[in-house]
Design a protein around this ligand. Sequence first.
Ligand SMILES: Nc1ncnc2c1ncn2[C@@H]1O[C@H](COP(=O)(O)OP(=O)(O)O)[C@@H](O)[C@H]1O
Ligand SMILES: [Mg+2]
Length: 319
Amino acid sequence: MQKQPAIITQGLTRCFDEITAVDHLDLEIYPGEVLGFIGHNGAGKTTTVRLLNGVLTPTSGKAQVLGLDPSVDGALLRQRTGVLTETPSVDERLTGYENLSIFGALYNVPAADLDRRVADLLELFQLSERAGDRVSEYSKGMKQKLALARAMIHQPELLFLDEPTSGLDPVITRQVHTLIQDLSKNGDHTVFLCTHNLAEAQRLCDRVAVLENGKMVALGSPAALAQELWKGVHLEFETAYDALPGALRTLETLPDVYDVIQGEGQPVISLSLTYREQVPGMVARLVEAGVPLYRLTPKDPTLEDIYFALHENKPEVNR
Ligand SMILES: Nc1ncnc2c1ncn2[C@@H]1O[C@H](COP(=O)(O)OP(=O)(O)O)[C@@H](O)[C@H]1O
Ligand SMILES: [Mg+2]
């Protein structure tokens, strides 16, 4: 039996004066799903999160989150959701431990469980050693991890993460990614992840919704969107070292070929073509030029390819 969606929006719209920040959004998100909400700055991601948490009321349309109407039952709902806002503020004067304990008590974590839960989260986020230090002495990455731990202290069924890795270094970013992956693996956590980092969405999300000027312009798994929107091909071929210069010269004469990159440490070249149909012609030209082909491997399109196809930044792409 299909589970009841964790989030349903119908025609959800929010205007600020003449700006329509969220424009007739229709969306269903299922329990256990990690949904990526992607779009450039100002697309309406944060406004959507605020609508779904009852911090803002819609201009028109409606939302149902965990069976509740956020604009009516916002306080009740927020007991069951965790939110990492775009610019989270943890209390700098308190220690990491105190921040989590106070927030947990505020969110009705039973006193008998609270200490254990705080300790577990500090451990998980590798903050245990610094738990007794004031947050003002933490690095930006540590503050962000503490904010994420705080959003999870009451074990919310639904977690909203608004740009969770923005401004973090690659090491901490990877830790946060692993945490999000673990969350979704461990059962019924639903994650609504706003990001403008396409690689992040590709890595973490079951489905992505692409938002542009408040409107959802695409929705689906990265693979499904690729099939629908991306007509190009990335591929890689292996040749011989002494054939590399000839191969590169030949590729230069082919107008359909772009992003030609020579691999390091191997006689391998990767490239992109606008259409799949251009592959046989390219292979024929390489063979005519005496380039031996030992292996030809397609590479999956990235979410970035899909995004650009969608935004027509590549005029050659057939839509
Ligand atoms: N409180 C507000 N008052 C006026 N305009 C707002 C407000 N919040 C957001 N906006 C506008 O709504 C649009 C969407 O913003 P936002 O939801 O923050 O986008 P994103 O999170 O995708 O970057 C932007 O044009 C922004 O300037
Ligand atoms: Mg935002």
